[in-house]
Design a protein around this ligand. Structure first.
Ligand code: G4P
Length: 530
């Protein structure tokens, strides 16, 4: 294997998908702990501080108890380099989450053992399925009263139409939770009796379930139940199969308790062993192989305020190929311009470190002053357009105006910056003075109002409109397009780039426009216009 191929093959870029409260934050912290990225003693404190830091710069987050921040965390384990991309958990922030899922090669699905598959788990899973992202399942909170393991497996299978293979088997649950038997590695891992934490070390190696060691280490009833249940599970579930997992058809299921560090090592070991290395990335012209020598990457997320002290924006870029070095000059495919990437960032928990080099699968943060947008490609010269980065139709439209009418210009600037981040669509009606903002989930209005107030010192009001939906209008024949715009001026707006947008009052209004102007194209997103 060439050195580049070897380096790439060690990368594991993944995200955690979970319904809020299932334990994503806790598991993330423990993964970082086992990966050596944070210290045991500092962990709890760091968590508290990190939480406070987050909340400080986003009041909405504190008020609603949700995480709207997102970052990339890198750590090493068993010779692999892991990039964990955090996904905002709340339903209303799904745009960012969906886009983040376009930048990973696999996912860990965390379930609350008492609840099984929940609403948000299913939604996020569907996004993974669209892209055949392989999934490892972690059933968390086994230290509490939980559903029966068979019911949990059945829930995953029935609810998600996904084959399951238990990778470990829980011994008891709640107060009676003793530990797990690792079915893929034939190891017994137990909880420490008094602290109820995972015992240090990787567990006791066994010679299968008949090993008399088990009889010595576990109470009689627990061994009997374990043997019986595993036999049944093996009869019911298919064996673990790497290809079926990597094709996204089968999920290995680990049981554990993140808060007690239990099952985390096994999960990481599973990721190290089975999760796929960076996969080829599709473009309109060809698939980019991760081992190609030339650098190519795509922006999947733009985020403001990584640091509350600076009003900066970072373009999160997933490398698809090549060996990236700091200071490299890359071509920005959309504008054709060369960009010097002097100070890219790697993200480690809340800290930033300078990236000296990076490879396929790695994420680099490029400080961005407006040029980069979601979906943009950066290459060493080739013109590429990566595909599959979703954009979303603005389904909810509201007017926004500053409390102080003299601040309209300031508001325009603030909205423009939020539009570039992909946080919302911003429209300027051709008639009238108000801006219209289009989002996918209603909570985004609150978040935007809060950000405009705190970041731009500009109190604003959002107000409902009678508008039903927005469509970008395109036409081969410029005269025809102009005719349409002139005939519908009261329903026309421009987006932040000046592209014409038709704002329909209702479904009938939209259908009529589509029927009356067959030579024009009405699009829900503006992806294809770039
Ligand atoms: P999320 O990011 O998916 O929303 O979940 P998070 O990790 O914040 O966990 C949600 C709650 O579940 C937290 O309790 C957390 O301590 C608890 N938790 C996580 N893993 C386990 C586990 O393995 N066992 C048990 N029993 N609880 C677990 P909280 O009271 O909401 O917050 P905190 O005050 O403990 O931080």
């Amino acid at each position: 294997m060439s050195p580049l191929a070897d380096t790439v093959a060690r990368r594991r870029t993944f995200a955690i998908i979970a319904h809020p409260d299932a334990g994503k934050t806790t598991l993330t912290e423990k993964l970082l702990l086992f990966g050596g990225a944070i210290q045991m003693a500092g962990a709890v404190k760091a968590r508290g501080e990190a939480r406070r830091a987050h909340s400080d710069w986003m009041k909405v987050e504190r008020e609603r108890g949700i995480s709207v921040t997102s970052a990339v965390m890198t750590f090493d384990f068993e010779g692999r380099v892991f990039n964990l991309l955090d996904t905002p958990g709340h339903e209303d922030f799904s745009e960012d989450t969906y886009r983040t899922l376009t930048a990973v090669d696999s996912a860990v699905m965390v379930l609350d053992a008492a609840k099984g598959i929940e609403g948000q788990t299913r939604k996020l899973f569907e996004v993974c399925r669209m892209r055949d992202v392989p999934i490892i399942t972690f059933v968390n909170k086994m230290d509490r009263e939980a559903l029966d393991p068979f019911d949990l497996l059945d829930d995953i299978e029935q609810n998600l139409q996904l084959e399951v293979t238990p990778a470990s088997w829980p011994i008891g649950m709640g107060r009676g939770f003793l530990g797990c038997y690792d079915l893929l590695g034939d190891r017994l891992a137990l909880l420490e009796k008094t602290s109820r934490e995972a015992l240090p070390g990787a567990g006791e190696t066994c010679q299968g379930l008949d090993d008399p060691k088990l009889d010595r280490m576990l109470p009689d009833h627990a061994v009997a139940t374990l043997r019986e249940q595993v036999e049944m599970a093996r009869g019911l579930c298919p064996e673990f199969d790497l290809d079926a997992y990597r094709a996204g058809n089968r999920t290995p299921v680990f049981f554990g308790s993140a808060i007690n560090n239990f099952g985390v090592r096994e999960l990481l070991h599973g990721l190290a062993q089975y999760a796929p290395p960076p996969r080829p990335q599709p473009t309109t012209a060809r698939a980019v192989e991760p081992t190609e020598n030339k650098v190519a990457g795509f922006v999947f997320k733009i985020q403001a305020n990584m640091d509350p002290k600076h009003r900066d924006r970072i373009a999160f870029t997933r490398l698809a190929s090549g060996h990236f070095k700091r200071g490299m000059k890359l071509k920005h495919s959309r504008s054709g311009k060369a960009m010097n990437i002097h100070n890219p960032l790697l993200f480690l928990a809340q800290d930033r470190e300078r990236a000296e080099e990076a490879f396929a699968g790695d994420i680099i943060g490029i400080p961005n002053y407006g040029g980069l947008r979601i979906g943009d490609a950066l290459t060493e010269g080739e013109d590429l357009r990566f595909t599959g980065i979703p954009s979303f139709a603005p389904e909810m439209l509201q007017k926004v105006r500053p409390e102080d009418p003299l601040k309209a210009k300031h508001l325009g600037r603030a909205l423009g910056q939020l539009a570039e981040e992909g946080a919302a669509n911003v429209f300027k009606p051709m008639i009238g003075a108000d801006w219209v903002v289009g989002v996918v989930g209603g909570l985004q209005f609150d978040v935007m109002a809060d950000r405009i107030r705190t970041e731009y010192d500009l109190p604003v009001r959002f107000e409902p409109t009678e508008l039903y939906t927005a469509r970008w209008v395109e036409g081969e024949d410029a005269r025809e397009l102009k005719k349409f715009i002139d005939a519908n001026r009261s329903a026309m707006a421009e987006d932040y780039d000046g592209a014409p947008v038709f704002m329909a009052r209702n479904a009938w209004h939209l259908n009529k426009a589509v029927e009356d102007w067959p030579n024009l194209k009405f699009s829900k997103t503006r992806e294809h216009l770039d």
